[in-house]
Design a protein around this ligand. Structure first.
Ligand code: SF4
Length: 368
């Protein structure tokens, strides 16, 4: 989304001045505001956060303050939407920079998903009796209107933590599932449940007729995986794992399930951001870890666990560029706008979308 440039006064301040302004505004707002910071945010944002976590944990944390008027979500657009769906209408959710989207979420839009659904149903039919031929599952990293699409069609949302449970549930309901937008999470989850990535799965390319598949491939697939990926996690490679092991034979490899399956197969530890933090934090002193996830999180883990050797699997990795758009100056501007009584960048999911998206999110919660 388009974000208008910040007023000059916010751009010209020094980092220390900006920091003080944020602290002052936060103190003045008191319990009216809750600041949420995703793990992939820079330290200069995290230091102001009341809660830090992954997208789903943060949406739940927001609900712990039903009397707060504003949630300032230092994350990306789909996360702010989820917070708006899961919190009372009296709470306003603010995204400090509207340009903070998610490149993975942007790889599947409603028009493309509707088209895919129609094409696949023409091949596989609508199912027999109460058992559908196709069940939709969307990763929480998706736009609210895709969550609503899923909710309206009896499907569920999943996170990287509960994806196996959500996928198993979907396959109990129907003959096959379409999983979007991250092909890697879908493939890794299916493989973990014992499905064969070659025989049981196909990839749906939204820019090709039938997603680039033959009718026979669609009919024989249990998993139709959307051709989307995370630009951060797709960068991890088998070669990086080999180099890390050569450098330190005792190193523990731990990666996020958004990484390619070849990397995941070589890692004894695979799980969500929260899992990675817990596993490394609770590991014995003196252990060494090569971590396959976003660099701000890896650097913070290393600083907070000086008794362990913690490095990123990819020494050249960049931060998530869209998360990085939440610069402290934008946070300062957003807080000041609340103080001035004219809040900026309020994220409001339309009521009909909210209704069906909540159905899909509630379905996921009922599986936990
Ligand atoms: S790390 Fe990947 S999935 Fe997460 S916000 Fe950035 S691009 Fe999206």
């Amino acid at each position: 989304m388009y974000q208008a440039p910040l007023p000059e006064e916010y751009v010209s301040r020094s980092p220390e001045e900006t920091r003080r302004k944020i602290q002052d505004a936060k103190a003045a707002l008191g319990s009216r505001v809750v600041i949420l910071g995703h793990h992939y945010q820079r330290d200069e944002i995290i230091e102001h956060a009341d809660y830090r976590g992954d997208s789903f944990k943060l949406a739940k944390d927001a609900n712990r303050h039903p009397d707060a008027e504003f949630i300032v979500f230092c994350g990306v657009h789909f996360m702010a939407e989820s917070a708006d769906i899961l919190t009372p209408d009296s709470m306003k959710v603010i995204l400090p920079n509207l340009a903070a989207g998610c490149s993975m979420a942007d790889m599947a839009n409603l028009f493309q998903v509707r088209s895919a659904w129609r094409q696949i149903e023409e091949i596989v039919g609508s199912g027999s009796g109460s058992r559908p031929a196709l069940v939709p599952v969307t990763y929480i990293n998706s736009a609210a209107n895709l969550k609503a699409f899923v909710g309206e069609r009896g499907g569920t949302v999943c996170t990287s933590t509960n994806a196996p449970m959500a996928v198993k549930w979907a396959l109990d309901q129907g003959d096959r599932l379409i999983f979007f937008p991250d092909q890697h999470l879908g493939r890794n989850t299916g493989a973990k449940l014992g499905y064969d990535p070659d025989a049981d799965m196909c990839v749906w390319d939204p820019f090709k007729p039938l997603g680039g598949n033959s009718p026979e491939q669609l009919l024989s697939s249990k998993f139709i995986l959307w051709k989307g990926h995370c630009s951060v996690h797709q960068r991890f490679t088998v070669e990086q794992v080999e180099i890390a092991k050569q450098a330190d034979p005792q190193v523990n490899i731990i990666v996020h399930p958004e990484c390619p399956i070849e990397v995941v197969r070589l890692a004894p530890y695979v799980g969500s951001t929260e899992y990675i933090i817990r596993t490394v934090t609770e590991a014995p002193s003196g252990t060494s870890w090569a971590v396959g996830t976003e660099i701000n999180l890896v650097n913070r883990l290393a600083n907070e666990n000086p008794d362990k050797k913690i490095t990123c699997l990819d020494p050249m990795i960049c931060p998530c560029s869209t998360m990085y758009r939440i610069h402290p100056s934008f946070l300062s501007w957003a807080l000041d706008s609340i103080l001035a009584g004219n809040p900026v960048n309020v994220i409001e999911v339309p009521p009909k979308v909210k209704h069906f998206a909540k159905l899909a999110l509630d379905r996921m919660l009922s599986l936990i």
